[in-house]
Structures are given as structure tokens and as C-alpha cells.
Write a protein that binds this ligand. Structure first.
Ligand SMILES: [Fe+2]
Ligand SMILES: [Fe+2]
Length: 452
């Protein structure tokens, strides 16, 4: 990062600070407020011309820009730091495309002396149409599992209303959970991807929908899609199989091969789903289109048949959908190990999957994806919990079974990318079923532990 960039950040922060101070002393519209507001917005927009995102955070009472501490020798940033602390904000992400009115309302929100903090504040941003600013809150760890469970409940409720013949009135519920999930994907992507290992055999459709939503948001984010797209794809992911409520349970749970008429019924679900969405309040034409297109496949060998170009976001849902389906136990299929699932999908690149989308997905989860159980060269067994930025063949692993084959007393994490002479390497993937391990449960407990 250049000295000029650091200087711009300094200008932005000082101007925000003056605006906040000004707002306490002068009436709205006073030049002591308007001038620094405009200046900080302009400087921010200039910086965002060369970058997709700007992250300003707090680390131990010191402001940071990306990873660089911003020294406040003259104590010029006191008001701003005070507001961040009071609102339990750990970081602010400004994105390319930021509008002046979004920035101005955001500063107003910082000044409101109400109880809204952390995660609720993030949800408020979405409801005020502030789509190019996100906040990372201190409460993240506490809420990750809760958010996942809220999402499952929102899908269940939507599908129940459909089953009762109603047009679901769940837009508020769905947008709220999608805002929460998007925030968590931005701030704690590894843990969120870990949670997609929760596969509920009985409530398959609900958990599958949430998993597809999380993975889709994460892929879209890694492909640098804007926040508005993340929101759209999050909702579409939650509802992509809502049309399956029209397919009877015995067909969905039928072991073995479906008859051709049964298969025809299943193939209706994207059309049915998009029709349900069209009637729901709050939904957009794009959400309905993504649901309609989710089984068409990149080479259009899927259903319903089309010759028209597919929306790029549909290709993301198709990728997320396949990965979650492959790694889940079904009546007709044992779950594939994540490593195998990635191989199968790579073989279908350019066929079922759009190559760049698939590439971004694999770069994100790694060749040993998060949630993979592996044996190390030390004979210990562990679960992949994070992807190392340095290489997707050397992830971070949490060791849970010692070299003696016994459950480790204390699990510990090792970063395989660190290397060194005696550093362990991955020997082979291990099937969790043979070890009696529930990987989803593991991530659930990890998320729970992070809240204590
Ligand atoms: Fe589907
Ligand atoms: Fe699906």
C-alpha cells in the first residue's frame, strides 16, 4: 500500500471524526458538518476507484486500515473510535459503488444513541438500503450458530406455508437471516463453510437449502460480486428447492430409481418454485429467475430445457447445490467424501458447471475442503477447518485423534502450510462414517465454543 493511500485514509478518518463532532455541536446542514462529510466521501470514492473494498478496523483500541495501524498521535480520531466501541463495531468494509447517500446515512446511524449494536446494526444497514457498507461486529462468534438455526427455521416456515396452500409471508424473516449470513461469510467464512457440514437426514430439504445459500453467498463473495448480488443469491439459495414442496414425500424419499413419470414430477420443481416466488411479497424477478435456472446446467443438458444464456448467479447456485448434494447422505446415495466430490465436480467443468465459477469455488474450499477428515503423516487424524491463503493443498487442520488411535485429550490446530523439516503432511482422506464421527456436529460444537 502506498503512502498516498495511507494519507487518504488519514483524511477520510479525520473528516469523519470532524463530522461526528460537528453533528453534536451544530444543526444539520451546517458547513462544519457538510464540508467534512463531503470531503471524506470524495476521498473514499477516489480510493475505491482503484480497489474493490476498503477495510477499516479496530484492533486492541487501535484503528487499522487493512493490516496497517493508524497512529492517532494528535488524538484526532477520538470521537470516531468512541462510536465504534460503543456500537461494538470491529470493522467497516466500504465497497466499490458506494453512493453518497449511503455514506451519509451510515454516519447518521453511527450517531444514533440507541441500543442497536453489532449484528442488529448490520441488519439495519440492509433495511436502510445501505448496500455498499458492511460492518463486522464483536458479537460474531456468539451468533454464528444462532444465525444458521434461524435460517433453517425461516426455510421451514416458508415451506410449511406453501404446503398449507398459502403464499408465504416470510420475506422479512428471510432477508434478516440472509443479512446475518452475509455478514458472517464476510467476517468468518471458514466457520460458516464449516457449518454447511451440518446435514440433517430428516430435515434434509431445510438444511440443504441453508447450506446452498451459505455456499452461494461465499462463492459470489469470492468472485467479487457486489453486496446486492450476495443478498439476491442468498435468498435464491434458501428458496431454490421451494418447488419441492409440490413433490410428494414418497417420491423425494424413494430409494432406488424413479419411474419416468416420478422423474417428470421432480423436474417440475424449478418451475413450481419460481412461480411460488413470483407471488411472494418482496421477491424480485431475478430471484425467481435464479430458482428457475438452477438445474439447467452450463451445457444446458439439465432441465427445464433452454437455449438462452443463463444468469451468472445461477451458475453459482448450481455449483453450491451439487457440492452439498454430493456430500450428503441420501436414501439413494452414500455421501461422497469432500475430496471425491471436488474431483467429480472438476470432471464436469464446462459441462454441468461454468468453469470460472467452479474454479473460484475450489480455490475457496481447497482440494481438501473445509470439513474433510484426513490422516496425517504422523498417523494423527484431524478435520480441515481453514484454508491457508498460501496454498489449497496445505490447510489448517484440527487434530482430534492422536497417533495412538485414541481421541485426543485436547484437540489442537496445526497449519500445514507452515512446513519445516518434520512438519506433518496429509497422508490420506478418511471416511468419517468408519470412525463414527459426525463432522457437522464437530462444527456445531466449534461454533458453540466460540460463544463462551
Ligand atoms: Fe433443485
Ligand atoms: Fe437443491
Amino acid at each position: 500500500m502506498s503512502a498516498i493511500e495511507l494519507e487518504s485514509i488519514d483524511t477520510i478518518l479525520k473528516s469523519i471524526n470532524s463530522a461526528i463532532r460537528g453533528k453534536k455541536l451544530y444543526p444539520a446542514g451546517h458547513p462544519a458538518i457538510a464540508a467534512p462529510m463531503t470531503k471524506s466521501y470524495q476521498t473514499l470514492s477516489e480510493l475505491l476507484r482503484a480497489r474493490n473494498k476498503i477495510f477499516i478496523g479496530m484492533a486492541k483500541d487501535v484503528l487499522v486500515f487493512e493490516e496497517n495501524p493508524i497512529m492517532d498521535g494528535d488524538k484526532n480520531l477520538g470521537e470516531f473510535i468512541h462510536r465504534l466501541k460503543q456500537k461494538e463495531i470491529e470493522g467497516i468494509i466500504f465497497e466499490k459503488g458506494l453512493l453518497q447517500k449511503e455514506f451519509f446515512s451510515f454516519i447518521d446511524i453511527l450517531l444514533i444513541d440507541d441500543m442497536l449494536k453489532g449484528r442488529e446494526l448490520q441488519q439495519m444497514l440492509a433495511s436502510k438500503n445501505i448496500l455498499h457498507i458492511s460492518i463486522k461486529s464483536l458479537q460474531t462468534g456468539r451468533n454464528i450458530l444462532e444465525t444458521y438455526q434461524d435460517a433453517v427455521a425461516a426455510v421451514r416456515e416458508t415451506m410449511n406455508q406453501v404446503r398449507m396452500g398459502k403464499v408465504p409471508k416470510t420475506w422479512d424473516m428471510l432477508t434478516k437471516v440472509v443479512s446475518g449470513m452475509t455478514e458472517l461469510v464476510l467476517s468468518d467464512k471458514n466457520a460458516m463453510i464449516g457449518l454447511t457440514m451440518i446435514k440433517n437426514y430428516d430435515g434434509y430439504l431445510f438444511n440443504h437449502s441453508v447450506n446452498v445459500s451459505i455456499l452461494s453467498i461465499a462463492i459470489a463473495q469470492s468472485m467479487n460480486h457486489q453486496k446486492a448480488d450476495l443478498h439476491t443469491i442468498g435468498i435464491a439459495g434458501l428458496l431454490h428447492d421451494v418447488g419441492k414442496t409440490g413433490v410428494t414425500e414418497d417420491i423425494i424419499k424413494k430409494p432406488g430409481i424413479l419411474s419416468s413419470s416420478e422423474w417428470d414430477t421432480v423436474k417440475e420443481h424449478p418451475v413450481l418454485g419460481s412461480k411460488i416466488i413470483e407471488r411472494m411479497e418482496g421477491m424480485t424477478a431475478l430471484i425467481s429467475r435464479l430458482v428457475y435456472e438452477h438445474h439447467m446446467r452450463y451445457d444446458r443438458s439439465g432441465y427445464p430445457h433452454t437455449e438462452l444464456p443463463l444468469h451468472p448467479l445461477s451458475m453459482i447456485i448450481t455449483t453450491a447445490d451439487a457440492y452439498d448434494a454430493l456430500t450428503t447422505l441420501r436414501v439413494y446415495q452414500k455421501p461422497y467424501h469432500p475430496v471425491e466430490a471436488i474431483k467429480i465436480m472438476n470432471n464436469l467443468s464446462g459441462k454441468h458447471f461454468e468453469p470460472n465459477t467452479l474454479k473460484s469455488f475450489v480455490a475457496m474450499v481447497g482440494l481438501y475442503p473445509i470439513g474433510t477428515l484426513i490422516r496425517l503423516s504422523t498417523n494423527e487424524i484431524g478435520i480441515v477447518t481453514k484454508i491457508s491463503p498460501s496454498g489449497n493443498l496445505s490447510p489448517v487442520v484440527k487434530v482430534i485423534v492422536g497417533a495412538d488411535g485414541k481421541q485426543a485429550d485436547k484437540s489442537y490446530e496445526i497449519d500445514l502450510s507452515v512446513g519445516g523439516k518434520n512438519a506433518p503432511t496429509i497422508a490420506a482422506p478418511v471416511d468419517p462414517l468408519t470412525k463414527g464421527l459426525d463432522i457437522g456436529k464437530f462444527f456445531e460444537e466449534e461454533a458453540q465454543a466460540a460463544t463462551l
